[in-house]
Design a protein around this ligand. Sequence first.
Ligand code: ADP
Ligand code: K
Ligand code: ZN
Length: 427
Amino acid sequence: MGHRFLPDLSADEIAARQLQGLKWTVEHAFAGSPHYQRTFREVGLRPGDVTSLDDLSRLPFTSVEDLREGYPLPLLSVPEEQVVRIHASSGTTGKRKVLAYTQNDVNTWMDMMARCYELAGCTPLDRVQICVGYGLWTAGVGFQLGCERLGAMALPVGPGMLDIQVQILTDLGATTLCSTASMALLMAEEVEKRGLSSRLKLKRGIFGAEPHTPKMRERFEALLGLEDSFDIVGMTELYGPGTGLECPAHDGIHYWADCYILEVLDPETLRPVAPGEIGEMVVTTLSKEAAPLIRYRTRDLTRLIEGECACGVRLPRHDKILGRSDDMVIVRGVNIYPGQVAEVLGRFPELSSEYQIVLTRVDGKDYMAVTVERAEGATGGGDEALAKAVGQVMHKSLLVSAQIRIVDHGELPRTFAKSRRVLDERQ
Ligand code: ADP
Ligand code: K
Ligand code: ZN
């Protein structure tokens, strides 16, 4: 296929690299990290015991609690002189997750990001507007690294600053926009408001960091005049953004199985789910030096997609990230993911993509209210009937009643980062 960064590997070749990487990782982590020495001893395993990929299932899990316990430099497996930088995640609860990188780690990450740009169709003639945070977060730096590796022109604006964003978009003729889905929507609405769409040269968007609905995506694709857009996945623990990219055939996300092993496990039993079923992503890195991950429980939910892909890329695929197990809320004993609410709202063309869930408790009973915007241009008439219809579909698919409130388009907060969908006021 003539890719510079994307490898064309058969399943056997991938398995061979995975076995080699797994053996290396286990030796390396055991030699360098007191944490891994302890967890290996707990399950009675020595690195030499790993001789086939099947042995992966015998290895101990690593969890987000392990990262917090090891704060500030969890899982560190190299001497400090080899660490060239750290990054941290936003860390919504408790201590931040801080992860260390060696130069080789940075280089691996850079190549993974270059693959993403390449798969999205970028070339050295593209101008890439990077509208995500730089600094401690991995996002800005990751997009920047890969862009430079590919040889495209980076326009490193960062998040927010809509005036500067639209100025750079139009004056520099950005062809590629990298942001969260929320930020893409915000920019799209700004461009529309200022009547600038005819001055844009955008061809594609690469957006990620949060789940989004097809509706949200259709809207910013249309307003920004994008020919195509791609969901990008990643997390701080696993280098940062760029661990996989939505395939050009839009049938799942190709992930870099020669850089990490992905297991999809039942979060209760920790056994593999049946092929194609949804489960928790559990990752094992194959060459990560500073903070190797062995069976790290990401808490993200997805499923593997079997079979050959129409786009011709032979690297395996997983589905888009369907949510985080931590996002799950329990309302009157029923497990609910925000994505399920979004899915119901998506069935109503009269509604926009933006919604917010508020949970309250009165007299020991849970109540769920969903505020949703009207689609742009939709008038306010018939709200009651619409709210009732939405409530009925919601009850049917979630088995919980929700009070539906319909507000004007643009009334819910827009954000530069990840949208906050659930306000839990029950504590
Ligand atoms: P945090 O959000 O925990 O501070 P990160 O900034 O590292 O940490 O974000 C990584 C997380 O963001 C992933 O574990 C996943 O839950 C979510 N995420 C990243 N990319 C996507 C995507 N394309 N779609 C849905 N969720 C995503
Ligand atoms: K260039
Ligand atoms: Zn594909």
